[in-house]
Design a protein around this ligand. Structure first.
Ligand code: NAP
Length: 239
């Protein structure tokens, strides 16, 4: 039985990851800002719910009063807009949650993580390529990969690994918000907007949360003990 922490576990990908580990019999803690969302994730499963703001150093540190074997830094958020029009506040907000949040989470995890531990960041295909309207998001997610690849080298001799999963558009609230944004920006139907959003994926469909879960499950497995500093694309061939 592993002790697993999933940040952003109150919805979407994080919820699916938490359910996977709980169903495997692991001891799961889900963390996020909204306790009600975390409790919804828990439902009738055995799970601990803890509030955290991953952008706040003390709040993150408090989560690690006990060690975890698997830490999934999944909490994140998006902002769209062309770089030329982006406000500094939006830039700072997305960097704080997507990049500083992962840094604070992994740094705190390392204070008491034992040999064989697993650090897994939910990054994005936007960690591996840029695109119009996603400058801040993509920069934050590229930053996550820089952190993961460097940390992987630093922990290599301890039996801990550090990796990233890079999904394309996944069928969650975040992707729904992206579709809404495209509908508004181009004044087009939902059907058309969905087509545009999944257009970069050669499979021409959203990734399912369970498909991201499988990648996380692999990286957390004993068999992945030599996979370190890797960015695992789950994108239907987009990358
Ligand atoms: P989501 O449903 O919006 O989940 C994001 C989660 O992060 C929420 O549960 C939210 O919970 C939590 N969160 C946000 N800010 C936080 C903060 N400051 N402190 C603690 N928790 C915070 O979206 P999702 O699609 O599942 O996204 C999960 C991760 O996958 C993100 O890192 C995202 O960038 C990445 N990703 C998503 C897609 C996609 O297409 N959906 C594709 C590639 C990568 P609270 O609001 O309760 O805090």
């Amino acid at each position: 039985m592993r002790r697993v922490l999933v940040t952003g576990g109150g919805s979407g990908i994080g919820r699916a990851i938490a359910h996977h580990f709980a169903d495997e019999g692991d001891e799961v803690t889900v963390a996020g800002r909204r306790m009600s969302a975390l409790e919804e994730t828990r439902g009738s499963r055995q799970m601990t719910c803890r509030t955290v703001d991953v952008t706040d150093e003390a709040s993150v540190a408090a989560l690690f009063d006990n060690p975890y074997d698997v830490v999934v830094a999944n909490a994140g958020g998006g902002v769209t807009g062309k770089v030329a029009q982006l406000s500094l506040a939006d830039w700072n907000r997305v960097m704080a949650v997507n990049l500083t949040g992962v840094f604070l989470t992994f740094r705190a995890a390392l204070q008491n993580m034992e040999e064989g531990g697993r650090l897994i960041a939910i990054a994005s295909t936007a960690s591996l390529q840029g695109g119009s309207n996603i400058g801040a998001y993509s920069a934050s997610k590229h930053g996550v990969l820089g952190l993961v690849r460097s940390l992987a080298v630093e922990v290599a001799k301890t039996g801990i690994t550090c990796n990233a999963v890079c999904p394309g558009f996944v069928d969650t609230d975040m992707a729904a918000a992206a579709v809404d944004g495209v509908m508004k920006r181009f004044d087009i139907s939902r059907h058309k907007a969905e087509g545009m959003v999944v257009g970069g994926n050669p499979m021409k469909r959203m990734i399912r949360p369970e498909e991201v879960v499988s990648a996380v499950g692999f990286l957390a497995s004993d068999g992945a003990s030599s996979v370190n500093g890797h960015a695992l694309s789950v994108s239907g061939g987009e990358i």
